[in-house]
Design a protein around this ligand. Sequence first.
Ligand SMILES: Cc1cc2nc3c(=O)[nH]c(=O)nc-3n(C[C@H](O)[C@H](O)[C@H](O)COP(=O)(O)OP(=O)(O)OC[C@H]3O[C@@H](n4cnc5c(N)ncnc54)[C@H](O)[C@@H]3O)c2cc1C
Length: 637
Amino acid sequence: MQIDAKIPGGPLEEKWDRHRFDLKLVNPANKRKFEIIVIGTGLAGGSASASLAELGYHVKTFCIQDSPRRAHSIAAQGGINAAKNYQNDGDSIWRLFYDTIKGGDFRSREANVYRLAQLSNYIIDHCVAQGIPFARDYGGLLANRSFGGAQVSRTFYARGQTGQQLLLGAYGALMRQVAAGNVEMFARREMLDLVIINGQARGIIARNLITGEIESYAADAVLLTSGGYGNIYYLSTNAESSNVGACFRAYKRGAVFANPCFTQIHPTCIPHTGDHQSKLTLMSESLRNDGRVWVPRNSGDIREPRNIPEPDRFYFLEEKYPSFGNLVPRDVASRNAKDQCDAGRGVGLTRCAVYLDFSDAIQRDGKALIAKKYGNLFEMYERITDETPYESPMMIFPASHYTMGGLWVDYNLMSNIPGLFVLGEANFSDHGANRLGASALMQGLADGYFIIPYTIGGYFAGTALEPVAPDHAAFNEATLESQAKLQKLMSIQGKRTVDNIFRELGRIMWEHCGMSRHSEGLEKALQLIRNLRAEFWENVLIPGNDKDFNKSLEKAGRLADSLEFAETMVLDAKTREESCGSHFRTEHQTEDGEAKRNDDNFCHVSIWQYQGQEERPAFHKEPLVFENVELSQRSYK
Ligand SMILES: Cc1cc2nc3c(=O)[nH]c(=O)nc-3n(C[C@H](O)[C@H](O)[C@H](O)COP(=O)(O)OP(=O)(O)OC[C@H]3O[C@@H](n4cnc5c(N)ncnc54)[C@H](O)[C@@H]3O)c2cc1C
């Protein structure tokens, strides 16, 4: 298989502009002849649907929730990055580019990341024009704060509700196009399969989640914007409906998957307390602007935090990383928190937590200012834990949060299947082995508002597309396959609930393919996953029927995909014999416990191609070429 990222030539700064000029255009009168399917209504899908419809294409948009406005993006809290340099603190497009490449531990493409940094500035202007209520300073100018992995303040925010405000902007633009008749909105539909005709993506099979009906939709191109797969760990900060299904089904139809083992464990979440939980709650990274992370210096010190005097407190991030302090990137902060707990210095009932303390900030800036910045996050914390961070430090611990891996795409965001584009968290494109905070919203909106409107035109203008209708044999075949799978699931009637099996998968993944990994554990995980998959297909219990609204059936379908996909993740982690970013192989670490890359053998994107359920997927590489930055050992000290 030929992997061609189609990165344009020329200087880094000029690639995107030149490429936009080189891309063929579709004449305005012809645009309305093209049908585009968009799976997902988060920031990537909502912005893409609205922008493509605005251009004149006919768009059909699908989502699992009852309203496009409930996509997981609504949960994003802390902010969105842009290289505006409003603070005059030394920021630039180049610095955002460099921070992102370094933050991802040199495992992403230079050209994509540079384009992302360039587009970041347009996103803010666009969103301000939409009326997004970004925080402003006293004089009315847009305010900024810092996120991990950066020494400048470049994060634009709307209190702790940035995703919500940005999504309302994209949703408004989308609904304008629904009202204009350019977007047909299909809520409560789940894509079950991708339909490929003559080697091109030409439609989808979807299940109406209310009636259970299986439906076929044809189009000239399909956009997957279905989000990430962080829920593979069962407990995560992701919305319940975030899942790998749409991407995995495209993978089974031939789309290749890149870097599946690159998953992000976020350092600041409310700790896990027991088996009753189905979710973990994020406490935004923005809190590390003012909160100080610490543990008791002596293991086993169980005094109340307020009774532990300064000399007995270990501000481990500040001591170990004086340059970045509490604002080291997520992978570094998470690993250090785990190390402290492993060394017996963890706090709270389970001893699996560290403190995030605002007392100094409150003393310095006053309660009112801190409340203004983080009030809603503090309230959320108090509602869940019954403790107020104004009076005692928060307790936090790492949890699954984001996935850098995703379907492979070229510079045009097109997968290896012509006509199948992948945007937002669902693709692998920009974050390498670790995503910096506030960069996912930036990427989703860059993809949807500013990249796909150009690159899809280039595809249409340069591609012969035969007319295709949903009664084509390929749709019938895919429908029968989807129906057979649903019937098989309904016929098992075993003894274990979907959640019970899912929780076990989550434990396997967390223990062996989570914050740290090693060869033996990964080998063990492969066997455990296979056994659990076999048990699932013999013993899962799904009440109700498939012609109805049936949450267990929905979840079972997604779990079936996860049980297969988990193996690819583990295989990827096992094959990558190095540590980089969030992928920490205990065999490969520096003397002081940092990730030790192996650039000679692993400076590439790992790409997996499906070969059948019981077969090992084929492995391909996309070499990563660095012409503008020097590969160095990442240091935040
Ligand atoms: C709690 C939390 C806070 C965060 N805070 C920040 C932040 O401050 N800054 C930042 O940059 N990033 C943040 N992130 C990350 C960021 O929110 C996500 O990466 C981003 O919103 C993903 O957007 P998306 O459009 O790619 O996908 P999503 O918003 O996940 O949307 C996916 C869409 O696909 C649909 N879908 C999925 N599967 C199917 C299917 N099979 N059929 C039909 N539809 C389907 C869903 O219904 C949904 O509409 C945060 C993440 C979490 C979990």
